[in-house]
Design a protein. Sequence first.
Length: 572
Amino acid sequence: MRSKIFYAIFFTSLLMILCSAILLFVISQALSFEREYEHLEDFTHDLAAKLNVNPDIDLRLLDGSSYRITIVSQKGHVISDNRTDASMMQYHGDREEIVNALKYGRFKTYRYSNTLDSRHLYYAIVLSDGNVLRVSVSSSTIFSHLAAAVITILILAALLAIISYVGAKRLTYRIMGPLNSIDFQDPIIDVPYPEIRPLISRIYAQKKQINEQVDEIKKQHNEFFVITNSMKEGLIILNKNGKIISINKSALKFYATKEEFIGRSLLSLDRSEHMRSFFEHRDTVIPKSIEITLNNRDLKYYFNEIVVNGELLGYAILIINITAQNLAQKHRQEFTANVSHELKTPLQSIIGYAELLENKIAKPEDVSSFGEKIKRQGQNLLHLIEDLLFLSALDEGKANFQTEVFLLNDLAREVLETLDMQIKEKNITATVRGDDIYINGIYRLFYELLYNLCDNGIKYNKDGGELQVILDQDERHFVIRVSDTGIGIEKEFQERVFERFFRVEKNIATIKGTGLGLSIVKRITLYYKGKVKLKSFDGEGSVFSVIFPNKNLVAEKGIPSHETAEGTPGDS
Ligand code: ADP
């Protein structure tokens, strides 16, 4: 705007200078033409007066003057001329100035001479002897006078152009200065030109409106940002050219990247075959959903077009992590297969022995041992079903368990007493030691936990081995540690022993079990937000440490044991 104003002022003044110069030139030319006529007239009259007194004045003496002087007879013959030999000159009786001078006594005119390409002024006057005195001057002579004036005019014009340049600059600055200093926070106070007050008011109102709209958009953007970034699902928004205009934290996490992808093509983030296919065919058909595995996660992608008022604006890609869902499904399938297998084996054996008895194929002396086998397999089955029911009760939080205050050390001793027969069978030295820990919790859960750990500590121990239950407590946690000097667990199985139905292959044939004991231990630990750690060396023994937080679980000493309260297991 500043340069526009400047050029407008500058060129207007330049144009005015140019017009004035031309006008000045034309006027001055007309004036000088007029003056030249006057000079011509004065000169001619003076000369005529002199010639009237003395007709013999030699005109050649006046050769140096800028005028051409000719005397023409009444008949039109040149009598004398100050520049040319009169006898050599043409007949002049037909010349306009001569004809008219003879008619009116004097006459002035001008003519163009094509040969000389110049204009001539003529003044003719009749002398007292009847001859005509004609004086002429050429316009080239006049223009030679004007040339000086033109140069002056040009210099003046150049000077004025410089002045108008500087003036235009200063004027522009003076016009723009106050406009630039308008405070748009409150423009009404210092509007420099009252004429633009309505315009400034409108600009101010629009500025306010735009600011409000920008604030609203920013607010909405922030809300969108906060919401999408707190989503567990990944969300990618593309424009219709396939460029990323928004990508949330979860999506970046799935792609294991922290790079900035806004404004970049979707393919710079994901060049997988599925994505390329979506990218290439998005104008015609988009897949509803696809499932892929990315960075060890099973992800399900949902594609949607973003259409507003019938116009396609872009695409939204929602990414859902279905790893846990898939894993749960896999576990369910495995679990069902395992349960069926575990139930089928003892049942087949029961049916087999029962058939032998039914068909009286069994020898009488074997009947009681078959009966005993049927009973044992039945007990196994019952044990398995009890474990399964217990686990599903914990999983679903449906069972009601009693919360009570009890001394953990007593509970550990009770467990060892229950297992006394097995301990004796294997000559195991079993001890409970450590801090007295009063628990305000579910007796049954701690019983099951310790029972399973101690049962394993005996089952997988060596003859004459040791089993220790050590109870430890600090300010924030308490630990139940069950260590044995048994066969140990190989490194590769140490994580898997907590899986439901997992049993180390080499023990299956020789040692009785369901493969559910340690998964029950793990489930109970999770119920109280604890942790299980296993340290084991193949052939040397194992130490299972279960760490629980004291908070909400450890009772203060002195609270009477067996004070009970209702409790319902929750999912943890
Ligand atoms: P099981 O009913 O077979 O004992 P668990 O879930 O209690 O089922 O244990 C899973 C597997 O872990 C067992 O089959 C066994 O191979 C191994 N295991 C558990 N405790 C011990 C231990 N103290 N020493 C050696 N191996 C063990």
